[in-house]
Design a protein around this ligand. Sequence first.
Ligand SMILES: NC(=O)c1ccc[n+]([C@@H]2O[C@H](COP(=O)([O-])OP(=O)(O)OC[C@H]3O[C@@H](n4cnc5c(N)ncnc54)[C@H](OP(=O)(O)O)[C@@H]3O)[C@@H](O)[C@H]2O)c1
Length: 249
Amino acid sequence: MIELHGKVALVTGGSRGIGRELIASLSRAGADVAFCYRSDSGAAATACAEILEQTRRTVLAVQADITVEADRKRLVAETRERFGTVDILVNNAGSTEDGLAVRMTDAWESVLELDLTAPFRLCQLVLPLMMKRTTGRIINIGSIASRVGLAGQANYTAAKAGLEGLTRSLAQEYGRRGITVNTVSPGFLETELTANADEFVRRYVTEHSSTGRFVTPEAIASAVLFLASDDAWAITGQTIHVDGGLVKL
Ligand SMILES: NC(=O)c1ccc[n+]([C@@H]2O[C@H](COP(=O)([O-])OP(=O)(O)OC[C@H]3O[C@@H](n4cnc5c(N)ncnc54)[C@H](OP(=O)(O)O)[C@@H]3O)[C@@H](O)[C@H]2O)c1
């Protein structure tokens, strides 16, 4: 059982999918949890109510588009106002806008902005808080796309590969300040993000992963919780694949 009482966790994109399980798991482990969502306030309110019922703990939901600088600053400010600081940052929010590279226009910038630049800017906002306390955990949610290089996803693949590079660099820069930085890289999960994935992808995952199964949000949350814990102090700069054995390098 991971113990996170006294820690403050901030999760981006906590209203559904993987993030929804992350906020519930972090809250069950005793952390004070804040999360943001972009637009679906109904889903965010439902998540808060369900967690309150399950854990008797209040989580803070903040509407914030993390690609907007003012929203990022407000998200961190509201988290500090409610809980005092940020000990654990989970850069989870991300999206895809697929297309062939030769025809890709704005989708290049928008995916890099959400999946790579916004996580970096959020790290910049929380690192000073973590340095002051000489402790901190940053966990970036990557994707196996960074290793397998999916066709039609040049933007997403590049952003997630960049996130792994960012992870390694920040780990070097802040390790002596008691801050660890890691990437958790999921395989294929059934969420709204993958709702339109075609049958070929689903069949490929079950045929080629060692476990023959899709990954679950709970499996991702288990890895994130461990990396967020004090026991994981010696693990930094790493990419942990939680993909049922899909990537074999
Ligand atoms: N699902 C998979 O198979 C899979 C595989 C590998 C990696 N991943 C990664 O795992 C992470 C979560 O994926 P998921 O499948 O759980 O996604 P999802 O179901 O689409 O959920 C995305 C969450 O992010 C929020 N969000 C999106 N854009 C945002 C923005 N600009 N500002 C703030 N919040 C924003 C959404 O809020 P609203 O609903 O309000 O828009 C929602 O809460 C992503 O980084 C993704 O790349 C997923």
